[in-house]
Design a protein around this ligand. Structure first.
Ligand SMILES: Cc1cc2nc3c(=O)[nH]c(=O)nc-3n(C[C@H](O)[C@H](O)[C@H](O)COP(=O)(O)OP(=O)(O)OC[C@H]3O[C@@H](n4cnc5c(N)ncnc54)[C@H](O)[C@@H]3O)c2cc1C
Length: 416
């Protein structure tokens, strides 16, 4: 886990116990022109550029209360410092869940998950954290508390602040309270696993699954040594350079049985290749491993590319050509490729990341961002975020409105 002192230049850290105390803390910082670095569980502080200016840490961990849980309305209002594990336990008691897969859930906070807007494998069938967020209370760069959305599902009038704050990496406001819609926990869950003979076959299989009559919860394409000991895989990584397709189905027991049967039929023909289905114990282990992959262990470089799903195979091939020991988790139907490299040299920043992979992703209507990197690489903003897009002027105007002095997480995001 990253330590506070690593990527941020913190002179002092405050841990307010109330939302009003967070606002007061930011007001004081505004008066004294002091940069503010919001902190959640501190699991992802190396995501984004390093801080350039010393400032204060503003921990939200003291904000961890459940404010309201009308479970029959399928909504919950909680403070933003609640950990994802604690939230999961609250919801599980009512047989409900927030179907967002997050690594290090015992430390990661809801506010941090919203600020980083990362999504896991269930994104394909269940959507993103943005989709489940119906209300946010936050404190802007002047220390003013504001609310967007509300506590009921249909409640958006005017500008939708909730969606704006999700993924803004704490540069527009510090999130202090969140209302989420939640869903029932499905009765059953299972994976269907197939070995892939080539990247072309992987691409074709994913395209077929998008047309299939079944509705998978996740369509994962896994490649490389990180997956060698995953249960139920029909071969080792050395024998399977193109990797495995791992498809999840969830629902009632009858639905899961029916979807499994259909998937096995579809994937087995026309090659007659072996298709494996998981036991419930294997299913639980695989969900856990899929959730933890991006953050598990330290690597010289961890990238996240988002492209058209038709470009996933080319990107996987390019990453593996550069580093045959690279391990990949692709939420393939969503066009997301997470790559953990076993090596990455400073010269490769220009030669691979900027000259090859970023343009490949742009050509496929996407982008590449660095999730974490060895600090000795000294990555630039261009290398980490891939440069500003066409929405740059609009983003600057929005930033100016929320944080006129530029004190919230200065320099850490796409904007300098
Ligand atoms: C290498 C790596 C890869 C990851 N990849 C994925 C992935 O692919 N999918 C996935 O689901 N998860 C992923 N995660 C995890 C996810 O990003 C974290 O779970 C999430 O950021 C919550 O972490 P935290 O509470 O520890 O936030 P922190 O690490 O404390 O903060 C992360 C960022 O959010 C800001 N922040 C934190 N709290 C708030 C708040 N209340 N208001 C405003 N800003 C705030 C911070 O300023 C900081 O910039 C990854 C994590 C790592 C380390």
């Amino acid at each position: 886990m990253a330590s506070v002192s690593d990527p941020l230049l913190l002179e002092e850290t405050f841990s307010p116990e109330s939302q009003e105390a967070v606002a007061q803390c930011v007001r004081d910082a505004y008066e004294s022109n002091t940069p503010v670095y919001p902190l959640g569980g501190e699991t992802s502080l190396d995501y984004g550029c390093s801080a350039q200016m010393p400032g204060i840490g503003l921990s939200t961990r003291g904000l961890n209360r459940v404010v309201d849980y009308p479970s029959r309305d399928m909504t919950i209002t909680v403070e933003a410092g609640i950990t994802m594990e604690s939230l999961r336990r609250q919801l599980e008691a009512q047989r409900q869940r927030l179907p967002i897969d997050v690594p290090q859930a015992a430390q990661a906070t809801l506010g941090g998950v919203l600020a980083t807007a990362c999504d896991g494998p269930r994104r394909f069938g269940c959507g993103t954290i943005r989709d489940y967020t119906i209300g946010i209370t936050a404190v802007d760069g002047r220390g003013t508390m504001f609310r967007g959305g509300g506590r009921v599902v249909k409640n958006v009038a005017g500008y939708d602040f909730c969606k704006l704050l999700v993924g803004s990496l704490g540069t527009l406001a510090t999130i202090v309270q969140v209302t989420l819609k939640v869903v029932p926990i499905p009765e059953a869950s299972r994976f269907v696993v197939q070995r892939l003979n080539s990247h072309a076959e992987g691409e074709q299989r994913v395209a077929e699954l998008l047309q299939a009559e079944v509705t998978p919860t996740a369509i994962e394409w896994l490649v490389g040594p990180a997956w060698n000991d995953l249960p139920a895989l029909p071969s080792s990584a050395d024998d399977t350079p193109a990797g495995w397709l791992v498809v999840a189905v969830e629902g009632t027991q009858t639905e899961v049985d029916w979807m499994t049967e259909r998937l096995v039929q579809r994937l087995a023909s026309p090659t007659g290749q072996q298709v494996v289905q998981t036991t419930s114990e294997q299913t639980a282990t695989i969900w856990q491993r899929l959730s933890e992959f991006p953050a598990a262990e330290k690597h010289p470089l961890v990238l996240r590319a988002t492209v058209l799903s038709s470009a996933v195979a080319d990107l996987i091939e390019a990453f593996r050509q550069y580093d045959p020991q690279c391990s990949i988790q692709s939420h393939a139907a969503n066009g997301i490729v997470l790559a953990r490299f076993s090596k990455f040299e400073p010269a490769d920043i220009a030669q691979q990341l900027i000259a090859r992979w970023q343009p490949m992703a742009r050509q496929a209507s996407g982008h590449v961002v660095v999730l974490s990197a060895d600090p000795s690489l000294g990555l630039t903003r261009q290398a980490i975020w891939g440069g500003a897009g066409d929405d740059w002027p609009l983003m600057q105007t929005v930033k100016q409105q929320f944080d006129p002095k530029g004190l919230l997480n200065p320099g850490r995001f796409v904007l300098p």
